[in-house]
Design a protein around this ligand. Structure first.
Ligand code: SAM
Length: 291
């Protein structure tokens, strides 16, 4: 695969990389090439240096070529860059964690509305179940300095990434990361909020996903049994044990048919005020209720 050859000026290297990524089926080849070059140069994507006539030093050219090859192999852009922005925070990513998605920022928006308002002498407790990179937990802690957060993940490797992210963001004293299954490690009736973006793909649908997701996201972050609800079902069943009376549960779903099924699960488990919200594309995707 000819990616970047010789000592082309940056402009030419970007054009060559764009052609390689387009041939690999990347929907936004130019933007991705710019991000990868910016990542190698350690600058922002709109840095004027990206349009320079100068050639890249050989060591940087080799790194850019390697990054373009990875992206042409359909590895997620954010994974190659090693980070993603989420509600203004920069989260470090490894192959052990799911790449945070923009719609999950809306889940956090709703979670923040459902947390009790700040009150002297009272520290709200939020739980982020299936924390992955720690994006939800860190965003809640950053945006509610009066709150404490417990972040859980069944994957010890993901929990380690979340712990590192919380520490790097200066949130390590208020975000406690625990490796464990569902709500098992949590004490009863203490949480004011339980938020989760659980795995919600039906097993049979995995084969039809984009290669970035199918081949590069952790299977644990995606698959949830025959109907995609295995983790959500278990989570809803255990949620009332850990929530205070009146505490809120808010979940992301796959949308479409799944949101009604999850609304039904909350109703059947005795949650009150069960409501649904749409994502940025107008697809009903989030479900919340009160214990
Ligand atoms: C879709 S990812 C979400 C990650 C992150 N919260 C986000 O929104 O980007 C789902 C996460 O749930 C975790 N997970 C899957 N099954 C779990 C279980 N039974 N208990 C706890 N975490 C689980 C996975 O390891 C993965 O990190």
């Amino acid at each position: 695969m000819a990616v970047v050859t010789g000592r082309l000026a940056l402009r030419g290297q970007l054009a060559a990389a764009t052609a390689t990524l387009a041939a690999a089926g990347i929907a936004t080849p130019r933007v991705d090439a710019e991000w990868l070059l910016a990542g190698v140069l350690g600058v922002g994507r709109f840095d004027p240096g990206l349009a320079a006539d100068a050639a890249l030093p050989p060591a940087l050219a080799a790194r850019f070529e390697a990054a373009v090859r990875r992206r042409a192999g359909r590895e997620p852009l954010q994974r190659i860059l090693g980070w993603e922005a989420f509600r203004g925070l920069r989260l470090r990513l490894t192959g052990d964690v799911f790449v945070p998605r923009p719609e999950t920022e809306m889940l956090v928006e709703w979670a923040l509305e459902l947390l009790p308002p700040p009150r002297p002498g009272r520290r709200p407790l939020a739980v982020d179940l299936g924390t992955g990179s720690g994006c939800i937990a860190c965003a809640l802690a950053a945006e509610r300095p009066d709150a404490d957060v417990v972040a859980l993940d069944v994957s010890p490797a993901a929990a380690a990434v979340a712990r590192d992210n919380a520490a790097a963001l200066g949130l390590g004293t208020r975000v406690r990361v625990v490796a464990g299954d569902l709500v098992g490690p949590l004490a009863a009736a203490r949480a004011d909020l339980l938020v989760s973006n659980p795995p919600y793909m039906a097993s049979a649908l995995l084969a039809g996903l984009e290669p970035e997701v199918r081949e590069h996201e952790p299977r644990l972050a995606l698959e949830a049994g025959a109907d995609g609800l295995a983790v959500t079902r278990a989570l809803v069943a255990g949620a009332r044990r850990v929530l205070r009376p009146g505490g809120a549960l808010v979940l992301e779903t796959a949308g479409r048919g799944q949101v009604e099924a999850v609304r039904g699960l909350l109703g059947a488990a005795g949650f009150a005020e069960v409501a649904v919200r749409a994502d940025l594309a107008g697809v009903a995707r989030f479900v919340a209720g009160r214990a």
